[in-house]
Design a protein around this ligand. Structure first.
Ligand code: PMP
Length: 440
């Protein structure tokens, strides 16, 4: 490798012509720099989707891990199977049964978080230019994967009942008519990130029927399904369709993201390709993490722990909705999520969430602008607010600050008309934000 950097060029400049073409899709978010400021303690961050693990019994976890090392250390410290630990795969089948899924452990592949499962599925199915249909808006981390594999994302609308069947049908027909190849529908049916809505039970068979008729695989991403506030878990799409659905699950939100353990449940025919892709990516998912999660599931009341998480997140959801009701200008709209981590808020016409973000951070509150969740530049008048991490008091304070910034923004707009000054940080008002570690 030539280590000489041309005079006047930065080290990065000297590599720019050598990167693979596909890295053109890998760009840092324009707002990443702002989030390093947003993570300061004086800023109330309603931005990141970090699970709140303060309720985890760390003493129990610590004991389980030390027993694991004492009794099974050599295995936990060793390479394992590319498909994942067989005992954990059986336990994963028990977890999925809560959503009506009857599966065989042979069809489960353990992954490094469900994020890696999105990556592996895209790797084995998508060539550059292939189309992935996504909800509008969609999870920023999945959009980043699709972009990295040079896929084209076609969005289909959602409403308060989730993905709209007629919008899905229209997106499929338009894409096929344009001669493009659709590889799969990526959907988050429960407590959507970022939209906060769930696909109604009545809609699920319709979505399955449309995909079956058009021969389109479904990638069902379900990290929040067990985190409903008021209801039992909803029936998974995979529960009623085993051949046409790849289901993704994760222990990040129901246990802890630090272990980085998720999984894919795939049709049997796909399983081998997934395992081969996993082996080339990581050789195997980490044995230690898997065995720690497995010990936790075997020895701890994990369902009781999830119940506690649900109560904690419900309390925070209530705090956010109450604060929004009390403090936000009337022209804003938002949904009341029944689970998960997120509220999707639509601003009054003409207010641009990304342009406003530096002013919000100056006022010590952060959110994620809606454009991050679209591959096509839409979403400028929306934002995602997370209620998972801060305390209820901090959530209220954050909403109070946000309402103040918004009112000032609306006044500014009245003064300057449609030409509201944009960001002071060179942030453009439209465009796609690549995934950012702050944007989980
Ligand atoms: N899918 C969705 C919808 C998510 O919100 C996240 C993380 N926030 C993931 C996948 C990835 O989670 P993990 O890799 O921690 O399982």
């Amino acid at each position: 490798m030539n280590r000489d950097v041309q005079p006047g060029a930065t080290r990065l400049d000297s590599y720019v012509d050598r990167y693979a073409a596909r890295t053109r899709g890998m760009t840092a978010s324009e707002i990443r720099a702002l989030f390093s400021v947003a993570s300061r303690p004086e800023v109330v961050s309603l931005a990141g989707g970090m699970p709140n693990i303060s309720g985890l019994p760390l003493d129990v976890v610590g004991r389980a891990i030390s027993d694991l090392i004492a009794n099974n250390g050599p295995m936990a410290m060793q390479y394992g199977s590319g498909q994942g630990d067989p005992v954990l795969r059986e336990q994963i089948c028990d977890v999925m049964r809560l959503e009506g899924i009857e599966a065989h452990p042979d069809d489960v592949c353990v992954t490094v978080g469900s994020q890696q499962a999105v990556d592996l599925v895209t790797r084995i199915f998508c060539d550059p230019g292939d189309v992935v249909i996504c909800e509008a808006p969609s999870y920023v981390g999945a959009l980043g994967v699709f972009k990295a594999y040079e896929c084209e994302v076609v969005h289909a609308e959602m409403d308060s009942d989730g993905l709209v069947p007629s919008a899905l049908e229209a997106a499929i027909v338009a894409t096929k008519t344009a001669g493009r190849r659709i590889k799969f529908l990526y959907t988050i049916p429960n407590f959507h990130n970022p939209a906060g809505v769930s696909m109604s039970l009545a809609r699920r068979p319709q979505i399955l029927e449309i995909c079956r008729r058009h021969d389109i695989l479904i990638l069902e991403d379900n990290p929040y399904g067990l985190l409903g506030f008021d209801s039992e878990p909803m029936r998974a799409l995979r529960a009623d369709e085993s051949e046409g659905v790849i289901y993704l699950g994760s222990f990040s939100k129901t246990f802890a993201p630090g272990f980085r353990v998720g999984w894919a449940l795939a049709p049997h025919a796909v399983r081998e390709k997934l395992v081969l892709a996993q082996e080339s990516a990581t050789l195997c998912p980490p044995a230690f993490s898997q065995m720690a999660v497995s010990a936790y599931l075997a020895e701890h009341d994990w369902k009781g722990q999830i119940k506690q998480f649900r109560e904690m997140y419900r309390e925070r959801r209530d705090a956010m909705i109450e604060a929004l009701d009390d403090l936000m200008p009337a022209a804003c709209q938002w949904n009341v999520p029944t689970g998960g981590f997120y509220v999707w808020l639509t601003l009054p016409p003409g207010i641009d969430a990304k342009a406003m973000l530096p002013r919000a951070v100056t006022a010590r509150v952060a959110y994620v602008p809606g454009t991050a969740f679209y591959a096509d530049g839409f979403g400028s008048s929306a934002m995602r607010l997370s209620f998972c991490y801060p305390t209820p008091e901090r959530i209220r304070e954050g909403v109070r600050r946000l309402a103040g910034v918004l009112e000032a923004e609306m006044e500014l707009r009245e003064t300057f008309g449609a030409q509201l000054p944009g960001s002071t940080h060179g942030i453009e008002s439209r465009g796609y934000d690549a995934p950012n570690t702050d944007l989980t």
